[in-house]
Design a protein around this ligand. Structure first.
Ligand SMILES: Nc1ncnc2c1ncn2[C@@H]1O[C@H](COP(=O)(O)OP(=O)(O)OP(=O)(O)O)[C@@H](O)[C@H]1O
Ligand SMILES: [Mg+2]
Length: 240
């Protein structure tokens, strides 16, 4: 059963073709890795599917429903949440308040005590490494990533997009992040993750889609794609 499908999606920025006629499917419950060199169009494709920057042409289906061009708010209410390559919480708000924004918006929990309890559960779930009343502008990179994840989970998505959630983490922090993402998958949440770190990709992804210069150059099981010569060449250049 597929939960998400992109059909012939292209995205142009002026004369630049950032995504060129890409189609892909995401099965319910799987972790799909969206990989490719810098500037390949990974974030642009996530945005196009999440409603942040709609496709120039092509369509997106979520649970078989055509959602092309819907706003991110609509997509959130349909069950899609995402983290950002550069997390930007409301800087003057505390950690708890930032998760509250998402909780109240996404879940329509109206009683404040219920909402606070829900936020605390989310922070616990991502093993947030500071107190909930820390002002967000003082957070370090790891804390920002965890907050962004807690915020995304607070709307109780069934489809989650992660954009380089593991970048900039130390070896130990990477292992923790892999465990947290596995836990989210085990809960039944489908995940599309943009990632560069091989350890994360090989540990978590069931399938990979590879982009290069906006084109899809590979799509298949992780082990097969990782050994595909065209993929090697995209990353490391042609062999002499
Ligand atoms: N809003 C925008 N306006 C103009 N060009 C853009 C815009 N967003 C992205 N691009 C361009 O589209 C191309 C794809 O960018 P994108 O950010 O999607 O790549 P990426 O695969 O996510 O790269 P990275 O691994 O560095 O995050 C790049 O050439 C980028 O400069
Ligand atoms: Mg990107």
């Amino acid at each position: 059963m597929k939960i998400l499908e992109a059909k012939h999606v292209s995205k142009l920025f002026g004369g630049l073709v950032a995504i060129n006629n890409v189609s892909l499917q995401v099965g319910k419950g799987e972790i799909l890795g969206l990989i490719g060199p810098n500037g390949a169009g990974k974030t642009t494709l996530l945005n196009a599917m999440a409603g942040l920057n709609p496709p120039s042409t092509g369509s997106v289906f979520f649970n078989e429903k055509d959602v092309t061009g819907l706003t991110p708010e609509k997509m959130c209410h349909l069950g899609l949440a995402r983290t950002f390559q550069i997390p930007r919480p409301f800087p003057k708000m505390t950690v708890l308040e930032n998760v509250m924004v998402s909780t109240v918006f996404g879940k329509k929990i109206h009683r404040k005590t219920d909402a606070v309890r829900h936020c605390r559960r989310m922070l616990e779930y991502v093993e947030f490494p500071a107190t909930e009343d820390t002002v967000s502008e003082t957070l370090n990179a790891v804390q920002l990533k965890r907050l962004d994840l807690a915020r995304a989970l607070a709307s109780e998505p069934n489809l989650l997009f992660l954009d380089e959630l593991a970048s900039g983490l130390t070896e130990g922090e990477l292992k923790e992040m892999i465990a947290i993402i596995s836990k989210i998958r085990d809960k039944g949440v489908t995940i599309v993750m943009v990632e560069h770190i091989m350890q994360v990709i090989m540990n978590l992804c069931d399938r990979l889609v590879v982009l290069q210069f906006g084109n899809k150059i590979a799509d298949g099981l992780t082990n097969d794609v990782a050994q595909d010569p065209a993929v090697m060449e995209a990353y490391f250049g042609a062999e002499e």
